[in-house]
Write a protein of this length. Structure first.
Length: 284
């Protein structure tokens, strides 16, 4: 008998809908469209030019600080403890994670400006009110026409945003898996069992491995017959396994160039959790 977690499943389904809009090539700040935006007069005028070889879509951007047009900190958006937002620019879609919901919007680069369309969000409620406030505040701040500039070089660039209202957001860059591994990777779905299992690891006696099987879906998203269960002798980057929770995850698989002799030649990086389910421990 299994007990499903409806909120997690609902969020995953809505996230798939939000991500389905991603179809255009990634944008680079080095050759952005220089056409003048329709609402040029609404854009702030004090951000530095966005001339940089850094690919905006090649990094995840951690929001470190935010101040309003009077220079006062926007308390809800400050990075502290468990609270912190991250922006990603995948193809023509801006995504925001770290709050309560999955938040996203279409965007376009216009010279040194980012034009952000209306935000969409999943509708999961969180007990932590600050997480929900973070979703609302970042959507309000970013929607519209903002100037941007990128400072520094790889692998630690900084993104500076000046919003239409005059707020200033400072973000630190973290290379995406595609940037780190030098390829787009291949998409794979794994079903991860609720419990780890002892596996015959050559270097670590009694090592606990993830127990997984590959999943596949047809063009209509209908699940096909799963593969055979097997040990996964390595971790999935970004995935935190919780005992008693079965997950279906979408991961990116990357080939590793010149791996050490005792290491895997591939890396798996979590893309998103598609399905999540509580599984009671078997009775002894």
């Amino acid at each position: 008998m299994t007990i499903t977690r409806p909120l997690v499943l609902s969020a995953a389904a809505l996230s798939l809908a939000l991500l389905a809009a991603c179809a255009a090539p990634s944008h680079s700040t080095g050759n952005g469209d220089t056409a003048k935006p329709a609402h040029d007069s609404a854009a702030p005028a004090d951000a530095a030019p966005a001339t940089s070889a850094i690919d905006l879509g090649g990094y995840k951007w951690n929001l470190d600080s935010a101040t309003d047009n009077a220079g006062k900190p926007i308390a809800t958006l400050q990075r502290e403890g468990k609270y912190g937002l991250q922006l990603s620019f995948v193809k023509d879609r801006l995504g925001v994670s770290g709050g309560c919901n999955h938040v996203g919007a279409m965007y376009a680069l216009k010279g040194d400006r980012i034009e952000v369309k209306q935000f969409q969000t999943t509708l999961m409620a969180c007990q932590d009110q600050r997480l929900m406030q973070m979703d609302s505040e970042i959507s309000k701040q970013l929607e519209g026409n903002a100037k941007f500039a990128i400072e520094g070089e790889a692998p630690q660039p900084r993104l500076l945003l000046t919003t239409a209202s005059g707020s200033k957001l400072s973000l630190s860059g973290e290379p995406t898996a595609e940037t780190r591994y030098g390829s787009a990777g291949a998409t794979v779905f794994f079903e991860v069992d609720a419990q780890r299992r002892t596996c015959p690891h050559p270097l670590m006696p009694k090592h606990q491995c993830l127990w997984v099987r590959e999943r596949s879906y047809d063009a209509n998203g209908v699940s096909q017959a799963p593969g055979e269960w097997q040990f996964l002798y390595q971790d999935i980057e970004g995935y935190k396994h919780e005992a008693g929770v079965r997950n279906v995850v979408r991961v990116k698989k990357f080939d590793i160039k010149n791996p050490p002799a005792d290491a895997s030649s591939v890396a798996y990086v979590l893309d998103m959790v598609v399905e999540s389910e509580l599984v009671p421990a078997p009775k002894s």
